[in-house]
Design a protein around this ligand. Structure first.
Ligand code: MN
Length: 159
């Protein structure tokens, strides 16, 4: 079975489209229709990636991204935001909330799958106490920008 992807999307058709598309590419897709269940479902499913719709009733995707990035268990799981509007400032708000990737609707199937692939291929932000041996085995390590002067090193991003 392929990598696990949690898909949070209130629109039934989009939810089915995303899940079908991901499954067709070998991923194990898990649908979440109600954003209020997203955090708990993410803890249970332990996904390798979360696809997050931004415009949802009850709780916005931005709020969910912020919650997940503040959660010790979930903060290292990459999040790909999906938004209906490519309005100015949207991408910045999504990035500020902590999402690692972003695609806008209408979704290009190719771009969607490419973005998923790219995010899954990215090295995870490491625990501060992570061993040197692990880092040395990862060739992508060398291409990272220098660490921030203070605090944890920020996770890699597509946006
Ligand atoms: Mn929506």
């Amino acid at each position: 079975m392929g990598e696990k992807i949690l898909v949070v999307e209130d629109n039934e058709l989009n939810l089915k489209l995303f899940c079908d598309l991901l499954r067709a590419h070998g991923y194990a897709a898990e649908p979440v229709r109600d954003g209020r269940e997203a955090v708990e479902r993410a803890r249970d499913f332990v996904p390798d990636l979360i696809v997050m719709d931004i415009q949802m009733p009850h709780i916005s995707g931005l709020e969910l991204i912020e919650q997940m990035k503040a959660d010790q268990e979930l903060k290292r799981t990459p999040i790909m935001a999906v938004t209906a509007y490519a309005a100015k400032g949207d991408e910045e708000r999504i990035r500020d909330a902590g999402a690692e990737g972003y695609v806008s609707k209408p979704i290009s199937v190719i771009r969607f799958v490419e973005a998923v692939r790219a995010l899954l291929a990215m090295p995870r932000a490491e625990e501060p106490e992570s061993s040197d041996a692990e880092g040395a085995a990862n060739p992508v390590e060398d291409s990272r920008p220098p660490a921030e002067p203070e605090g944890e090193q920020p996770p890699p991003r597509l946006i």
